[in-house]
Design a protein around this ligand. Sequence first.
Ligand code: RB5
Length: 144
Amino acid sequence: MLAIGCDHGGYDLKLAVMKHLDERGMAYHDFGCDGSSCDYPVIAKTVAEAVASGEYERGLLFCGTGIGVSIVANKVPGIRAAACSDTFSATMTRAHNNANILCLGGRVVGPGLANLMVDAFLDTPFEGGRHQRRIDMITELDKR
Ligand code: RB5
């Protein structure tokens, strides 16, 4: 189950990705917004806390660049949010960073590339091994 949210800058891309998720049969909950102007820290915090609580396995966040929502989401302990604009990064942030939120920019990427990145993010397992040690170091930072 995915938690999804956007601000006005990411709204159109969110709709395109939700259509893709529907076609994949992937369940999600949309935390908003409805396309009207809103503040990305509000929705990013909501989605990040929903993922950090364990209620949702992973999240997708959208804003104009993907950067604002990623900055906010990464302030929530337990969240590893990655702003990506290429499929290699979307794949590797799962394989090596065990990222649990993918952040996309509606003014940066089109729906075709975004859907490929979402597929990579959903389908790539965490490799574990030496990467787990590094994730543990990040988790230690969360505890400060
Ligand atoms: C909104 O205009 C824009 O600043 C926001 O969507 C995002 O790109 C911020 O990082």
